[in-house]
Write a protein that binds this ligand. Structure first.
Ligand code: 2IP
Ligand code: CA
Ligand code: CA
Length: 376
């Protein structure tokens, strides 16, 4: 299944192109933004935006994967539904058609007849991405397509994507908010056990060329199954010492206080985007990410979880870990991706409702769980 990894890298780059095209045209971008309603609303935000870019990206990934791996067709899920309502109140099902012209025609109906916008999007969808630097030579993945499922978050940190603040990133430093927090996340899990086995994270707005003003992205990938553990990011040296932890700025006061006594106040950091915080742990910019609420979903954590496992870490359910007596690295507390929560509705069906702790080093996980016991 190394072919699947190569396909996911290629399709994530196409997704990043779509995300970039949508931002480049300001009037087009305004046009694309709609508010989410009903049960699929992420309760955390008063205004949660659903963009056509999201819907288009998810459908494009689904289309390309199903074309090469038909056995996976019914098992490619994501945050978005492919129903899009245009300014006239008409509901259009967004699909990727056989040709660029057909796709442009369909998108024009969604875009109330804005043909230039529709053509730009269709071109990004049908164009092969420029050659990528990812080196997957010699990679072998002992899996069959019929045992795999996929979770897609077409754009994570939508609020940062829409706000669009440009930050210059410094190597080795966590930068709390801005366009670079927006990520394309594609995770692969085992249908039988729900274990995450492959992941691709694409950061479409990694570097802006100061001369031409063009954005360049960055890709991160990993495979973790059986004895195969490969990650494009090298394992950072965690050292002994106290962990540094990244949190959402809206995290509970009790959690901030408990972790501040464990790590020291200057080792607590805040950043936007669930995916970006997970990426910070993967890159070693923080030792762990703690979230006490059920505000992330399977599509947020699946891809980064696979990379963390490839690096020897993981993502556990916080509530289960606090209840478990076995201490850390209890396989039963790791998040899984195959089963919905039956008591919940809409998007909450697929929420990581017990909260989470993402970690690379087991000793850090143990000390964090210890510090939070009895505090929540
Ligand atoms: C969101 C996004 C938010 C995050 C939230 C996710 O996904 O990553 O930034 O909140 O949990 O569900 P926070 O930044 O406080 O961690 P999306 O942007 O795809 O809705
Ligand atoms: Ca998300
Ligand atoms: Ca999203």
């Amino acid at each position: 299944m190394a072919d699947l990894m190569r396909l996911l890298l290629r399709v994530s780059e196409k997704a990043a192109n779509v995300a970039r095209v949508c931002r480049q045209e300001a009037p087009l971008f305004q046009l694309l933004v709609q508010e989410k309603t009903g049960e699929d609303k992420n309760k955390k935000f008063v205004q949660d935006f659903k963009t056509l870019a999201d819907v288009v990206i998810q459908e494009m990934i689904r289309h390309d994967v199903a074309a090469q791996f038909p056995e996976m067709a019914g098992f490619i899920h994501g945050e978005e539904s492919n129903k899009f309502e245009n300014g006239l109140g008409e509901c259009v099902t967004v699909t990727v058609c056989g040709t660029e012209e057909e796709t442009a025609k369909l998108l024009a109906t969604v875009l109330d007849g804005h043909h230039t916008a529709a053509s730009l999007l269709a071109r990004a969808i049908h164009q092969d991405p420029e050659t990528l630097e990812a080196n997957t030579d010699g990679l072998t993945v002992p899996l069959r397509p019929s045992e795999l499922g996929i979770w897609i978050d077409p754009i994570d940190a939508t609020s940062q994507y829409i706000e669009g603040r440009e930050e210059v990133l410094e190597e080795g430093r966590l930068s709390p908010s801005g366009l670079h927090c927006a990520l394309v996340l594609i995770g692969v899990y085992l249908r039988g056990t729900g274990e995450p086995v492959m992941g691709v994270i694409n950061q479409p707005f990694y570097h802006k060329d100061p001369a031409g003003g063009r954005w360049r992205g960055k890709q991160y990938w990993g495979v973790s199954c059986g004895s195969v553990n490969v990650c494009s990011v090298s394992r950072p040296d965690d050292g002994a010492g106290k962990p540094s932890v990244v949190l959402s700025s809206s995290e509970k006061q009790a959690v901030k206080e408990a972790l501040s006594s464990l790590c020291g106040p200057d080792r607590l950091m805040y950043a936007s985007g669930a995916g970006y915080k997970l990426l910070c742990v993967i890159q070693g910019l923080a030792n762990a990410y703690v979230l006490s609420e059920g505000s992330t979903f399977k599509w947020d954590s699946c891809a980064p979880h696979a990379l963390l496992r490839a690096l020897g870490g993981g993502v556990v359910d916080l509530t289960k870990s606090l209840q478990s007596d076995c201490g850390a690295q209890d396989q039963k507390t790791e998040l899984t991706y195959h089963q919905p929560s039956s008591e919940r509705k809409g998007a909450d069906h697929w929420a990581n409702h017990g909260g989470l702790v993402a970690y690379r080093d087991n000793s850090h996980l143990r000390s964090i769980i210890g510090a939070l016991k009895g505090k929540l």
